[in-house]
Design a protein around this ligand. Structure first.
Ligand code: PRP
Ligand code: URA
Length: 209
């Protein structure tokens, strides 16, 4: 496995444990996904370049730093990726938001695209793709392919739980893409759910089951 960064921060790890718990309510689950996304966003943006500027304070002039360089875009994979948007936007209110609609066909387990709308200047942005679950990697790989086809060259993938199989798939299909996650799980079951994972992220976020 290459290009994988697992966030071990205690706050992130604690919240992931709560997310895994089958007794966590829909409301708590949604809040936790948002909180973990914000904490992970803090780490994902660690290498944003800074430039020095002069700022007038009430008592003098400070030489201080502000972010510069490529602008950011976030692209949640519908539906479950939506749960991560709010946390990221709280940190990065200037980020533009694209959407990619994909679902896994329950029979073939292959991703089926039903929607794609990216910021018009997506090619000039650093794009972070959001999806809580990286299972077989089929959905994330297809989403990244669509985004690349629009001319985007800088893409990161941020998920909460990644299965080893999904990481391998992204490594193989998109060796240029870094994967940021909070946990790596060993296995997939016969329905390609991550084990132990946290169940169906979309259903738990939106209370659909
Ligand atoms: C889930 C999840 C990922 C995908 C992961 O979405 O949010 O998008 O499955 O599986 P994969 O790595 O094997 O492709 P799902 O298809 O359940 O759709 P939903 O978000 O609308 O619930
Ligand atoms: N999608 C989910 O929501 N959970 C899994 O474990 C795998 C795919």
């Amino acid at each position: 496995m290459k290009n994988v960064f697992v966030f071990e921060h205690p706050l992130i790890q604690h919240k992931i444990s709560l997310l895994r718990d089958k007794n966590t309510s829909t409301k708590e689950f949604r809040e936790l996904v948002s909180e973990v996304s914000m904490l992970m966003g803090y780490e994902v943006t660690r290498n944003i370049p800074l430039q020095e500027v002069e700022i007038e304070t009430p008592v003098g002039v400070a030489r201080t730093k502000v972010m510069y360089g490529k602008k950011l875009g976030i692209v949640p994979i519908l539906r479950a990726g939506l749960g991560m948007v709010d946390g990221m936007l709280r940190l990065l209110p200037m980020a533009k938001v694209g959407h990619i609609g994909l679902y896994r066909d329950p029979e073939t387990l292959q991703p089926v695209e039903y929607y794609c709308k990216l910021p018009v200047d997506a090619q000039e942005r650093d794009i972070v793709v959001l999806d809580p679950m990286l299972a077989t990697g089929g959905s994330a790989s297809a989403a990244i392919k669509f985004i690349k086809e629009k001319g985007v060259t800088s893409i990161k993938l941020m998920c909460l739980i990644a299965a080893k199989a999904g990481i391998k798939r992204i490594n193989a299909d998109h060796p240029d893409v870094e994967i940021y996650c909070a946990a790596v799980d060993e296995e997939l079951n016969d329905h390609a759910y991550i084990v132990p994972g946290l169940g169906d992220a979309g259903d738990r976020l939106f209370g659909t089951k």
